[in-house]
Design a protein around this ligand. Sequence first.
Ligand code: S3P
Length: 437
Amino acid sequence: MKWFSSPVTHISGQIVPPGDKSCSHRAILFASLAKGTSYISGLLEGDDVLRTAAACRQLGANITRTGFGHWTVTGKGGFSQPDAPIDFGNSGTGSRLMMGAMAGYALRAELTGDESLCSRPMNRVLNPLYEMGAKAENAEDGRFPLTLIGSDQLQSIDYTSPVASAQVKSCVLLAGLKAKGTTILREARFTRDHTERMLTGFGVELSQKQDGDGQVVSIEGGQTLKAGDFTVPADPSSAAFLLATALIDPGSDVVIDGHMMNPTRNGFLRMIQKMADVELTYPRTVSGEDVVTVVIKGETGLKACDPPAEIVPAMIDEFPIFAVLAAFAKGETRVTGVEELRVKESDRITATVDMLRVNGVEVEELEDGFVIQGCDGKVPGGGTVEARHDHRIAMSALVMGVKAQKPVSVDDISMIATSYPEFFDHMAQLGADIREG
Ligand code: S3P
């Protein structure tokens, strides 16, 4: 059954987006590695995070939900042999971070996921783990399903990440926690730094030194995590769909609360500030993260704007919805240097190009991006978008329908629950008309 998003006349409301997905995975995982009981609030209860919680339970942690977004995690100070295969569903983050954490224990774990996850590259995390002394079986193609064989005798490494990836960085640092000696991770461009910030919050010592546009992170093996309390801030990647909905409606009046200002995550916000009139108020701090309230009051003309290369990691998940804004903007938008999008939940370059094309937008596909001819507010719509097991493609298409000339439909919305279970409620609160048909 398809889902349709039909044009509406007025978008308004005040919304707090759900808990951040990256921080939620890490909160559950780090609390599970600690010895003792941690209390987490604001947790995103999307399928991806629930899979991480289930995996941590299989590895020995005691995890209970005490209320909406409230979770209690009692860790044993490490992981033990799971008695069944671990299924990470759709989640690249859960699987790759957990592989780093599991690698330092003498266990064998069969790892699998859904069709999308089983097509995604795992060599980017397996390669450094092999260098440290972990092994894998059935991993010749570098894809799930495979069996990870950890070791309690890991060696530290000095690793330069070949891709700008917080997942690779986090995997190496988590394995480094259990390795002999100091593990050094070098990244040419700063990627999201939740692992560094949150490990510090869980009592781990690490050093970070800026190096050009990137950094060098060092972590000493043999450290233990201390249980504690953690409040998950709102997810800027989910907020982007609400902000885009407000920006494409000239008469909108929308307030989005708790937007993270972490410079490794606020690239989309920085871009829309160049394209439109966006007000930031009420700066404050939630669990060590600076957050603000974003106010958008009707936008009469979005200006096309090319994202500079250095902003890419800070908005890596926001390109499908950014492309929707570019389609509504006046002028041409050229997005380049985003080849990593080809290995996300779907090939997001092709999926984004097709999403726009079937809705009448002129767009050219590049090897490492796309060029969009903006419609100056008049996106034709009328097309059916293939979601391709990708939550962000499905949500982007439904946002486009809010102000396209004709309804936009999506063939499958099931994946939206992986990251934003409240998406339909929040869009309805803003005045969108999204229904099954
Ligand atoms: C994430 C890192 C990003 C991002 C993903 C979440 C994380 O992936 O796309 O949704 O929480 O570390 P890469 O680090 O592989 O770019």
